[in-house]
Design a protein around this ligand. Structure first.
Ligand code: PHE
Length: 344
């Protein structure tokens, strides 16, 4: 059974590239979610990703207490492609047409492979876009806010594990120094944490070293002796195989869809490793964007709502402990309940 409200698959008329928009649910309100411009073996792999990522956005909004639904766009690039210049504009305009055709059922935002400047280009075609640069009337880069939200989730996890929300002196293994990973690494370093970092792009190494972080390989970091592993790159890092190698006490990070399959949450639990659901730990960006652009509230309120992720995570961990369930089950139950009660 398809559990999405609608899925649009088009060949972009300007570029010939596959443009896929999955609208998972609008039960809580209009859907929103990022535009992922990434390389896939084929468009069907992009479709599979869009289906999973849009469902996670529904849970993300619901768990954050926001009245929006989940959606996601994937522009599936052939392996080895880099989109820039006029062809990038064309691809973004192809996305803009597809978003416009949905007539408000879905609004775009940034995601892996796109940034605020790209949102301004989509905005030339449709008003249904978040995170344009401030000059173009949007709330700008969401990554620092996503990082703030993950930091809040990390504090809740630290309190749960160690009885203190301070992160000073704790050891973190950060997987991915992209937009969010880099901000988060900076926040953790400023707090006096000990960092080990990896990225598939070796050119990121100097950035890690500038923060005083140790550099390691993308595979080695999974077995690193750290307190908390922080996935901040693409999804699917937590598999049966990788979980068996973990030496950390917790996995808490901003990457979307960290579990290769839902059952991996139970494996983590059985190994005594705390996993904070990704869609809770990564909600800072959308909370900030929606609070400022839709609710028209100021930066203080947006910051407070992002910081409240700490209370959300504390509540989920308490509920999970009390009811003998995993944090994943507690979070799914919360998100599902909110979507269910909103449905007509
Ligand atoms: N990439 C963001 C996420 O996964 C998507 C997003 C950010 C959507 C900001 C709208 C506004 O949460």
């Amino acid at each position: 059974m398809l559990d999405h409200e609608q899925v649009v698959i088009r060949t972009g008329p300007r570029t010939g590239l596959p443009v896929i928009i999955a609208v998972h649910s609008t039960a809580l309100g209009p859907a929103a979610g990022g535009v992922r411009m990434w390389r896939y073996p084929g468009w069907r792999d992009g479709l599979a990703d869009a289906l999973r990522l849009s469902a996670a956005m529904t849970a993300k909004f619901a768990a954050a207490g926001l009245s929006n639904g989940g959606g996601k766009t994937v522009v599936a690039l052939p392996e080895g492609t880099v989109l820039d210049g006029p062809r990038r504009r064309d691809a973004l305009h192809d996305v803009g047409d597809a978003v416009a055709a949905l007539d408000g059922a879905y609004s775009a935002g940034p995601d892996v492979g796109t940034a605020p400047a790209d949102m301004a280009v989509i905005g030339e075609i449709t008003p249904h876009v978040f995170c344009r640069p401030a000059e173009a009337g949007g709330s700008g880069d969401s990554s620092p806010h996503t990082a703030d939200g993950t930091l809040a989730a990390l504090r809740a996890a630290a309190r749960h594990l160690y009885g203190t929300r301070s992160l000073a002196g704790r050891r973190f293994g950060i997987i991915g120094l992209g937009h969010v990973g880099e901000h988060l690494a900076g926040l953790l370093a400023a707090e006096g944490a000990e960092l080990t970092v990896t990225d598939i792009d070796p050119a990121k190494r100097p950035k890690a070293e500038a923060l005083g972080a140790a550099w390691t390989g993308p595979d080695e970091i999974l077995g690193a002796d750290v307190d908390v592993l922080v996935p901040a790159a693409l999804g699917g890092v937590l598999t049966e195989q990788t979980v068996a190698r973990l030496r950390c006490r917790a996995v808490v990070g901003p990457a979307n869809n960290q579990l290769a399959s839902p059952g991996v949450a139970d494996l983590l639990h059985r190994r005594g490793i705390l996993w904070v659901p990704d869609y809770v730990a990564s909600a800072g960006g959308v909370i900030h964007a929606v609070t400022t652009e839709l609710h028209r509230l100021g930066p203080g309120e947006a910051r407070a709502r992002v910081a409240a992720i700490e209370d959300t995570v504390t509540g989920l961990l308490d509920t999970a402990t009390r009811s003998g369930r995993t944090p994943a089950e507690a979070a799914d139950e919360l998100a599902r309940r909110r979507v269910r009660t909103a449905a007509p």
